[in-house]
Design a protein around this ligand. Structure first.
Ligand code: ADP
Ligand code: ZN
Length: 315
């Protein structure tokens, strides 16, 4: 019969943390152990229904995970698409229009007997990569994604940086072209208007790219890999915009590492080579001259792992 050694296998250490990742296309719920391993995970598409239909999906996944955990969890970490509001525990994701100030923290507190900690999805990605991925050891980290949009989160002095309302780290809306195109945020010239996958595909078409029907950044990457000059130019342009943003945020926050994930980062050197080259041009100050930019390692799991990291103090 197994015996427990006091101090080594205290029951509390085995109690997992419940992690929830809420996005416009899917909702994922998982259990994360104290070493950051995802020990259970289930996902469902974000439904096209009203606010309560979306909540019902989360509730069902949470109940399933709680039963897998044997009823007890250490806490609940929630990664949500933004904007969020930490003061009221509400979320109003731009790509879940049915949710306007949805009281996610109160709803979860009503069904789970454990503290609930909300964070932006970008912040959770950064925390996840720092705990278990490409950001290990970094004390001043920007974790970011280049995908349908551009997003991110900051870990400063080893701790998640929420900002006043929970929305710090929205690096997709760093302006890199003051005369640039309108952005979904209401501003213009944001890095997202140049480097987000669909925006790159659109720009390439405008330059004369003979795109296959329905082509997005993935097909643009295939074209670039085959040597298509317009596609290569588009990736260089997107990467340069991202580099300008990184140099700016790097200087403001005195960063030591940037981890880049998201679908467009799967293009690998097509994005990272011109990005690093442009960063040399823009990162002039001594303290950011050696700022490293590396690919993310955790893929889609980073949000769940990072949401749990918000609950478990990870330093
Ligand atoms: P989401 O924005 O929903 O989180 P993703 O992170 O997968 O989704 O990002 C989607 C974007 O990534 C699309 O513009 C898609 O074309 C692009 N993408 C996916 N795979 C690749 C790839 N291998 N190379 C370049 N772009 C890619
Ligand atoms: Zn914007």
């Amino acid at each position: 019969m197994a015996t427990s050694t006091p101090g080594r296998t205290a029951p509390a250490r085995r109690t997992p943390t419940l992690a929830i990742d809420i996005g416009g296309t899917k909702i994922a719920v998982g259990l994360v152990d104290d070493d950051g391993a995802l020990v259970h995970q289930a996902k469902l598409p974000t439904p096209d229904g009203d606010a309560e239909a979306i909540w019902a999906v989360i509730e069902s996944l949470v109940i399933e995970a709680l039963s897998t955990a044997g009823g007890a969890v250490r806490g609940v970490g929630v990664a949500s698409a933004g904007p969020i509001d930490l003061q009221t525990g509400t979320v109003s994701p731009i790509n879940i229009t049915e949710w306007q100030r949805f009281p996610i923290v109160d709803r979860l507190s009503a069904i789970v007997d454990a503290p609930v900690r909300l964070g932006g999805d970008g912040l959770c990605m950064a925390m996840g990569e720092r705990w278990r991925g490409a950001g290990r050891g970094a004390e001043f980290l920007l974790g970011m994604v280049v995908s349908t949009g551009v997003g991110g989160g900051l870990v400063l002095d080893g701790a998640p940086y929420d900002g006043r309302t929970g929305n710090a780290g929205h690096v997709g809306h760093v302006v890199v072209d003051p005369d640039g195109r309108p952005c979904t945020c209401g501003g213009r010239g944001c890095v997202e208007t140049i480097a987000a996958g669909p925006r790159m595909a659109q720009w390439a078409r405008e330059q004369g790219w003979d795109a296959p029907a329905g082509a997005d950044a993935k097909e643009l990457a295939d074209a670039a890999a085959a040597g298509n000059a317009i596609a290569l130019r588009t990736f260089a342009r997107g990467a340069t915009a991202v580099a300008a943003m990184i140099a700016s945020v790097g200087a403001v926050c005195d960063l030591d590492l940037v981890v880049v994930g998201g679908g467009v980062a799967k293009a690998g050197p097509l994005l990272f080579d011109p990005l690093r080259e442009a960063l040399h041009t823009y990162a002039g100050l001594d303290f950011i001259r050696d700022l490293r930019v590396v690919p993310a390692e955790l893929g889609g799991d980073a949000g769940l792992v990072g949401a749990a990291a918000l609950v478990i103090s990870v330093r």
